[in-house]
Design a binder for this molecule. Sequence first.
Ligand code: RFL
Ligand code: PHB
Length: 400
Amino acid sequence: MRTTVGIIGAGPAGLLLARLLHNAGIDSVVLESRDRAYVEHRQRAGILEQGTVDVLRAAGAGERMDREGLRHDGIELRYDRKRHRVDFPALTGGRSVTVYAQTEVCKDLIALQLKEGGPLLFETEALVVEGAETDSPRVRFRHKGVEGVDGVEDVEDVLECDYVVGCDGFWGVSRMAIPAELTRVFERTYPFGWLGILADVAPSHDELVYARHDRGFALLSMRSPSVSRLYLQVPEGTDAEAWRDDEIWTELERRFETADDWRLERGPITQKSVTPMRSYVHEPMRHGRLFLAGDAAHIVPPTGAKGLNLAVGDVVTFARALTYERETGSSELLDGYSATCLRRVWQAERFSYDMTTLLHRAPDATPFEDRLQLARLERIAGSRAAETDLAEAYTGFPFG
Ligand code: RFL
Ligand code: PHB
């Protein structure tokens, strides 16, 4: 097999990249280790920055998002039983965010790719990227055998490319093709995770609520007008099954408690899982003709809602750079790929870290640190400058 751009991974990064390249008349092949149903139902991000919405729309993938996505003009910060709303458009010159789940973004992009894009091969696992320093990098992959077609035996093959883009997430293989002596990794883990639930109940508030409480952080989000998505800070390594449904609701009620008559509505919990929290950056994001994009190169804790949006920024940067090279013959933008992406990545790392340490309670937190958190929250609530800083970062910095 041969293609211009070999894309490893059909998460949001790989799928959007295939779409952007298709629109630019550049062919690609996407290899995805999981099956279609798995990719379409993996519960993850929920918030799209304005820039992400604009990119999806311009790529022709915004039709259902425009119909079903929920535009949000603010979030609520909750602490000390008080509520403070951050008004995004007022603070940022009109910017907002959109609640539209990552599962839906992936479904829309997969449908488009299968209808009019290049090959998208599910159950096809990349094993290794070879020859990144050469003009023709290759991806070795294993394709699950289909009964009656090629026996049930797995089939190994090679995809020859002009460029390989590793969009294979944090646990992928493409990062490993960059020699260790050329690599720097920056990492931090946190001594807590998020217990996330989906519940069949209308969201108890019409905007997201980020709550800081002495018992730990809680987040109220949503998937639709009738489905709530909620998170609780839990100790690292917690088993989701160790929490009974009524215990989850009681704990959420405690952490969201206000001095006024706000109430949390309960409903049947249809899914629960625990996510660990990590900050991680791999530098550089490029080696020869291998480029890393999305979670393959960087991870942020979810408190800033930035992971998916960073993945979008990376692939937009790559698609622009390759188009520029094709039109002008200059590799200037491709050469600058890593530096361009990393500037935005580190701003998101900084913001995600700030939001995480602002709102979570570390197991060894001292009374001094508790007071500092409250002072930081009071500062945001009391200073337009501090509040603007949060609103600008949350709604996202412009691409490139
Ligand atoms: P993905 O989505 O992990 O996709 C990688 C794909 O590569 C496949 N793969 C391979 N395929 C072939 N061969 C191999 N060897 C392969 N190895 C792996 C995998 O099967 C998979 O399909 O990475 P991508 O595309 O970079 O996208 C990143 C986002 O998924 C991620 O950053 C966000 O989900 C993070 N995130 C959030 N981001 C936001 O922008 N806003 C949010 O509100 C938000 N909330 C969240 C989140 C992540 C969460 N979890 C579960 C980590 C909330 C949570 C709870
Ligand atoms: C979500 O809806 O899953 C979500 C929203 C905001 C975050 C993280 C996750 O910061």
